[in-house]
Write a protein that binds this ligand. Sequence first.
Ligand code: ATP
Ligand code: MG
Length: 474
Amino acid sequence: MLKRISGLSKSVIDKTRSLMSGDAETHSALIVSRNDHPVSRKSISSNALKVLNRLHEGGYAAYLVGGGVRDVLVGLRPKDFDVATDASPEDVRALFRNSRIIGRRFRLVHVVYGRDIIEVATFRASHDKGAGGEIGESGRIVRDNVFGSIEEDARRRDFSVNALYYNIADRSVVDYVGGLNDIEARVFRLIGDPVTRCEEDPVRVLRAVRLASKLEFDIEPATLAAMQQTSHLLGNTAPARMFEEVLKLFQGGYAERSFAAVREHELLEYLFPLLAKRFDSNPSEELLTLLNAALANTDKRVGQGKPITPAYLLAFMLWPDVEERAKQHVSQGKSVPDALMDAADSVMQVQRDVISIPKRFSGPMREIWQLQPRLEQYRGKRATKLLEGRRFRAAYDFLCLRSSIEPKLKPMAKWWTDVQELPEGEQLDYVAKKPMIHGLWGEPKRDSETKKKQRRRRQRSARKPKRDSDQTPQ
Ligand code: ATP
Ligand code: MG
């Protein structure tokens, strides 16, 4: 057990145990001095250190807190660094020219170093400790801006392992809630009464699942029971907040593990209801293989520091339903692009109620979907046009992954791979020689009435004078 917290000495852990055992509400903090824990300045990013030092030099208390401390204690490299201080947001703002105050629910300061942002939060007390806090229906916290002491700040955090503070003044680690003990035992435990804490903010249920699966920690039984009891409240969470959580689930480098944990805890219906229904009614190993391949692909790119877009993964999560609905529309006579557009609209409508996907991602998702049948029926010179399209690469990757579980797509995927490997001058020759291949979606069946209507429409538009010449300039 001990070696898991690399660097935390045995005597410290014993001391933690005796301090914390039996009395969760203990008011004495455990302070672990700099030589007895593994958090060093080397494990902290230079920008976070700059923020901590400047606050300290300005006469304020300055601590690293949250995932930054937790991850170093378990031997992981932290994804980001959060700072807690007794300086007010305005004080922080005055110390850093490169900062801005953000948020309503929580007022925070972002200190900005290019793309790196250090979040600085003023110590807060519980929302019920005075003006500035607000509880909505069903016990939910609406506003949470009551400033308080460091101990109060620790107690209003979600999990004990997330409430450990590294003090820049003497480089000690400070623990008010038994977090070090839980790190050693590798458990996620909600601070305080677990049901109340989940009701206050149901997103904590998702956070527990995500972080416990990332760290490979267990969830403490009372916390787990509370999560099960309150997970339905996730259904009333603002879709914009849910979108943020989905990003954290799938872009943190542990997407495959997170997805498995979400399914295991039966939370998929709160993220992707259509996909959850599909797994319930027809648990398909192939679909799971496809999604896992997409998730693993994302994790690999994150690990390599390559850019990723949520559009790609989200497109996969919704694709089975888009494809099924579109194929139904085609069989009823719609053209393939129209069928896909209608299918995308109806799937997105269901999804919008749960997770709001911003247009900058839903647009590319639709483009990836629209390109699938077009890539499946490559024909002659049109292929070169597709190759030049800006969404080609994502749509091609999408097709390749689909082909891994749909063998009939393999020749198409291979054909596109071959074309891309040719020098540009030879591509045109290659695609021109290739016979036209009939796509798997089939041509839309048009009844004679639709055909007549289309012919009439075409004739009418041919008769209509062009817009430009139609208008007399004023
Ligand atoms: P990671 O950044 O690795 O995803 P994290 O624990 O740092 O994990 P953040 O979202 O960066 O997660 O939050 C920073 C800290 O803020 C947390 O460690 C926790 O102490 C506190 N926190 C975040 N969300 C909540 C919440 N919903 N309720 C209470 N405290 C929270
Ligand atoms: Mg963090």
